[in-house]
Design a protein around this ligand. Structure first.
Ligand code: UT7
Length: 329
């Protein structure tokens, strides 16, 4: 058997829409207030896509930034994997829409759906395509327009979600840089705690599904909350064991940005101090698969990640799904 190659991230990019939705704006829409949102969740504002923007247009903008950062042209991309729960349409895939926007004509394209864990899952897939030598340049895009499936009449979810996209270019790299280990988990028995019930084969779109608001996401927030911190801490422990490393060797934790209290609990359970945790939840809210991708790109822009830094990405979300990706940049 030929030796496996080491895959690494050689470029990152992000894009957020211009329109800002503040907690004060939400106070005029549902029965909530800034103090509750900041103290219980940690979000101050989120971005909302303009009517002409789509998940693929956000994703293509992030992808262009990542390609420029990597110094790689669109024509060099062999594969585009898009992680999203808010595709442009059921099909063709959002990855195909992004391919067209970029002119990445050589690339194979597909989407994956692992909710908020999508970017971490997609990195794991991309790594394997590169490791086996099947593809050399893989573009991973995590893009979401959650504003399109958020029920602005439901205060449990209306305050949480926003729109954003992040992207990463992966290629073979020389050790010790590169992806060191990945871990993916799931528990389908908890699916109904966080779901979009309408529009699929179970509840095909009809006047009744629209009238029942089944095309908006439904969440039993407290149940998700209880599960999330433990799932992320356990995922981190598993990925560190796989890499034969300890939490002390991690320079920066990049967690899914859903709730400050969940992040603090996950960091505590992972024995990591909060000064080693990257946060941008207050600016963008929960953007599902995009949170970890945007946070990785933004942490690099801000200089929080230096050459040789060890980063630990961790996420959890609908499915339930969870996972971690340990890498040295
Ligand atoms: O991306 C992965 C998926 N999602 C998540 O990670 C979200 C996970 N869950 C959470 O972040 C939290 O559960 C929420 C932020 C959604 C809710 O916080 P909580 O501390 O779990 O609150 P709760 O649902 O237990 O509700 C506590 C109280 C309730 O009032 P009563 O019954 O105690 O009088 C709610 O009605 O807070 C009330 N409440 C609100 N009040 C003001 C719920 N939402 C709001 C709101 N504004 N937006």
């Amino acid at each position: 058997m030929t030796e496996l190659l080491t895959a690494g991230i050689v470029g990152t990019g992000m894009y957020v829409p211009a329109k800002v939705l503040t907690n004060a704006d939400l106070e005029k829409m549902v029965d909530t207030n800034d103090e509750w949102i900041v103290s219980r969740v940690g979000i101050k504002e989120r971005r909302i896509a303009a009517p002409e923007e789509t998940t693929s247009s956000l994703g293509a903008n992030a992808a262009r930034a990542a390609l420029a950062d990597a110094g790689v042209s669109a024509s060099e991309v062999d594969l585009i994997i898009t992680a999203t729960i808010t595709p442009d349409m059921p099909w063709p895939s959002t990855a195909c829409h992004i391919q067209r926007a970029l002119g990445a004509t050589r690339a194979a394209c597909f989407d994956i759906e692992a909710a908020c864990t999508g970017f971490v899952y997609a990195l794991s897939l991309a790594r394997n395509y590169i490791a086996t030598g099947m593809y050399r340049t893989v573009l991973v895009v995590a893009a979401e327009t959650l504003s399109r499936i958020t029920d602005r009449e439901d205060r449990n979810t209306a305050i949480l979600f926003g729109d954003a996209a992040g992207a990463a270019v992966l290629q073979p790299v020389k050790a010790p840089t590169g992806i060191l280990a990945t871990y993916m988990g799931a528990d389908g028995s908890k699916g109904e705690l966080l779901e979009l019930p309408g529009g699929g084969s179970r509840n095909p779109t009809s006047h009744a599904t629209v009238d029942s608001r089944l095309h908006y996401m439904k969440m039993k927030g407290n149940e998700v909350f209880k599960f999330a911190a433990r799932a992320m801490a356990s995922s981190n422990s598993k990925v560190l064991t796989k890499a034969e490393m300890t939490i002390d060797q991690v320079d920066l934790l990049i967690p899914h940005q859903a709730n400050m209290r969940i992040i603090e609990a996950a960091a505590r359970l992972s024995n990591l101090s909060m000064d080693k945790v990257y946060l941008n939840l207050m600016r963008y809210g929960n953007t599902s698969a995009a949170t970890t991708a945007v946070a990785l790109a933004e942490a690099r822009i801000e200089g929080r990640i230096k050459s040789g830094s060890v980063c630990l990405l961790v996420a959890f979300g609908g499915g339930f799904t969870w996972g971690s990706c340990l890498l040295r940049l």
